[in-house]
Design a protein around this ligand. Structure first.
Ligand SMILES: [Zn+2]
Length: 162
């Protein structure tokens, strides 16, 4: 016995059992395979399910199905490959942000919540130009930007325990 996932022309997917693949072909061509949802006889093989039916029968995840249908592998492998690339990118990003934090801490003065005030002093020449970092609210950051003061908001990653 072999089980096929079948698909009608309206994309209803259902399962049907056949003694072998030739039987499916014969029955489909004879119009004996009918979609249980809409009654369509225009039925094609969607994907072949594993011959050994498990409890996931009819509920196979797309990723599982990819193994049964090599021609669809590129599409099905896409998300997995993308996820891998994303995690690599995330790792790279974390590394860069950590370096940025190190750089800022070494080269800039921490001014805490006086950030906006200090930034203005520097911008308006009341204070010698130097790099500062600290905390500021979104509203303040926007005001600074409106005044033409360059501020950068960076995700401040906690240090890794090492
Ligand atoms: Zn149908």
């Amino acid at each position: 016995m072999i089980v096929y996932d079948l698909k009608c022309r309206k994309d209803h997917v259902f399962e049907a059992w056949f003694p072998d693949s030739a039987s499916f072909t014969a029955q489909a061509e004879a119009g004996k395979v009918v979609c249980p949802v809409c009654g369509s006889r225009k039925v094609t093989k969607a994907l072949m399910a594993p011959a050994v039916v498990t409890s996931r029968r009819g509920k196979a995840e797309p990723a599982d199905r990819a193994q049964e249908t090599p021609q669809e592998s590129p599409r099905e492998n896409g998300p997995a490959a993308a996820a891998l690339a994303d995690s690599e990118k995330a790792g790279e990003l974390r590394r860069m942000l950590r370096e940025l934090r190190d750089h800022v801490e070494k080269n800039c003065d921490y001014v805490g919540d006086q950030f906006a005030e200090e930034a203005r002093k520097i911008h308006y020449g009341e204070s010698d130009p130097h790099g500062i970092y600290g905390e500021t609210s979104d509203a303040e950051a926007k005001e600074l930007q409106d005044e033409g003061i360059e501020v950068a908001r960076v995700p401040w990653l906690p240090r890794e325990n090492s």
